[in-house]
Write a protein that binds this ligand. Structure first.
Ligand SMILES: Cc1cc2nc3c(=O)[nH]c(=O)nc-3n(C[C@H](O)[C@H](O)[C@H](O)COP(=O)(O)OP(=O)(O)OC[C@H]3O[C@@H](n4cnc5c(N)ncnc54)[C@H](O)[C@@H]3O)c2cc1C
Length: 525
């Protein structure tokens, strides 16, 4: 007997389950198919202001009151103390030179702290994926999605009218017919193999390798004298996505509320080869032996799960949709963990897919709509990849690296503010890649950064400065801040004209975003 569904969602990571949940709210019949079972280890943990805003908006639009608290630290901890997460107040970067302790430059030229939220309550989070994904899969099932874990799938037939899938589960086989297959199984996932889809490449991005695990007993940099400062940082540097950057790669350190730490390295092929990264733990030790201050942070640390080695982190599908199928952005492309672009890219794709399911399901234009949306998802991944490629090219020159990151922070915070004002059209696609002036300026800056002409360094810095100015609503252009950027309501008031907003609209935005009214009044001109 053939079971029939409107949608088959393949993969019950957060993206597949959230999509299934939304589709159920829109009245579609859904089967959610998972190869493994929950809870399970998954990588990709650090959210961002834009990701959380998207999650919140999806929860509001599709009546998901149980999902909404997961979009901010305070609400999450109050609603679900047993679903583990970590506090993320911002993005912390420290620059290291091989064989030398962290320099702790008095002018802070070797560090960058960009606050993402004004206080803990509305802060972003690190998602402990075993808990988070299990929660969402349970929600999808409770909403009526047919959830099948431990399922091996194969494509029996497919055409524009849909897919027939063979599903083996616990020794029995079934046949599933779905009008649309949504692939949420990650890079090089189910449809990539089943349909033999072509893989493209990000032209400038190194074929990085990853090595990562979870740890306990990792020291907080705030407790290490090396990082001490007489000034008060914009937020505790450890309550963040903490990046240690160095020539050839970077290490992430993400801290969960119970003290568990997610850490790993993304390394260029040259560094990965040099470290023999596929060795796992010994390679991690070899890496830390080159970075004395990071080694001190991990002295006494112990892994709680085995190291995972990924030989090729980046992936880009040649196409992300076809007759009867579409890939979520997370199955269509992955760039690098740098700047936490995975979640917002994925959520933007889910947002578009939800609109298509809502408005165009019975319309003959649905395939064209899915195809356009998929092309946009790939364009957004290409934009992120270009910026990350430029950053990889400048690990050795931290001031330029830090300046390049402002392209991300300017675009992301502008997009967040524009969305909060109900004007998301102002910012365009992810990283404002489709913005008429910022998009081309971003490309120009990245191309310059990818060039090797040292004579053009100052020109590059000036070009970045001009590029971010029209979108900078968080004070990134203010060099007196010496690489520490707090959330300051005054910056948003000063940048109101860039958003076409009045003072009252900005004050309202800040109140809704969780800045105490007193802070708003104090900052208002
Ligand atoms: C090293 C690393 C670090 C990252 N860090 C960040 C970060 O800090 N912030 C960020 O925003 N993004 C990050 N990302 C990206 C992030 O991991 C992804 O955006 C996110 O996991 C996507 O979620 P997902 O649910 O689509 O996919 P996944 O979490 O990959 O889930 C896919 C699911 O599909 C299932 N599956 C796979 N194949 C099949 C099959 N054939 N049949 C059935 N089921 C199948 C799997 O078992 C899994 O449950 C990182 C990625 C990597 C590789």
């Amino acid at each position: 007997m053939t079971e029939r569904f409107d949608l088959a969602v393949v993969g019950s990571g957060f993206a597949g389950s959230l999509t299934a949940l939304i589709a159920r709210r829109l009245g579609r019949s859904v089967v959610l198919l998972e190869r493994g079972s929950h809870p399970r280890f998954a990588i990709g943990e650090s959210s961002s202001p834009l990701a959380n805003l998207l999650l919140e908006e999806l929860a509001e639009r599709y009546d998901l009151p149980r999902v909404k608290p997961l979009s901010a630290w305070g609400a999450w901890r109050r609603a679900y103390p047993d679903v583990l997460c970590g506090l993320k107040r911002g993005f912390t970067f420290y620059a290291h030179e091989a064989g030398r302790p962290f320099g702790a430059d008095a002018e802070r030229r070797d560090q960058l702290l960009v606050a993402a939220s004004p206080n803990d309550d509305v802060a972003d989070t690190h998602w402990y994926r075993p808990d988070f994904d299990a929660f969402l899969a349970h929600e999808a099932a409770a909403a009526g999605a047919e959830f099948r874990d431990r399922t091996r799938l194969r494509v029996l037939a497919h055409d524009a009218s849909g897919f027939t899938l063979g599903a083996d589960r616990l020794g029995s086989s079934s046949v599933i017919r779905a009008r649309l297959v949504i692939d949420a199984s990650g890079p090089r996932g189910f449809l990539h193999h089943a349909l033999g889809l072509a893989e493209a490449r990000f032209p400038h991005l190194p074929e990085t390798e990853g090595l990562f695990a979870h740890f306990e007993n990792v020291r907080r940099v705030g407790d290490m004298g090396t990082f001490a400062s007489s000034d008060e940082p914009p937020y505790p540097a450890d309550d963040a996505a903490l990046h240690h950057v160095f020539e050839g790669g970077w290490i992430w350190v993400l801290r969960f509320a119970n003290g568990l730490v997610s850490a790993g390295v993304s390394a260029t092929p040259e560094l990965a080869r040099d470290l023999r990264l596929s060795d796992g733990g010994p390679a991690w030790d070899r890496l830390l032996s080159r970075l004395p201050t990071v080694r001190a942070q991990f002295a006494g640390a112990r892994t709680t799960v085995p190291f995972v080695h990924r030989r090729r982190l980046p992936f880009r599908a040649g196409a992300a949709s076809g007759p009867g199928w579409t890939l979520l952005p997370s199955a269509a492309a992955f760039v690098d963990p740098l700047l936490s672009t995975g979640f917002p890219l994925t959520l933007l794709g889910i947002e578009r897919l939800a609109v298509a399911l809502e408005r165009d399901w019975d319309d003959p234009s649905m395939p064209a709509r899915l195809s356009n949306d998929a092309a946009l998802s790939l364009f957004e991944a290409d934009t992120a990849a270009l910026l990350v490629s430029a950053l990889f090219a400048r690990f050795h020159d931290f001031p330029v690296f830090a300046a390049l990151t402002t392209l991300y922070f300017a675009a992301a915070s502008y997009a967040e503010a524009a969305r909060r004002l109900g004007r998301s059209g102002l910012s365009g696609s992810f990283l404002s890649g489709s913005h008429p002036s910022f998009g081309p300026a971003l490309v120009r800056c990245c191309r310059m950064a990818l060039g090797q002409d040292p004579g053009k360094r100052n020109e590059l810095l000036a070009t970045i400065g001009s590029a971010i100015e029209p979108l900078d609503v968080i004070g990134l252009s203010d060099i007196s801040r010496r690489n520490w950027f707090p959330v300051d309501a005054a910056d948003l008031f000063a940048g109101a004209h860039k958003l076409g907003a009045t003072r009252d609209e900005i004050a309202e935005l800040l109140r809704r975003a969780g800045l105490a009214p007193v802070a708003v009044e104090a900052a208002a001109p």
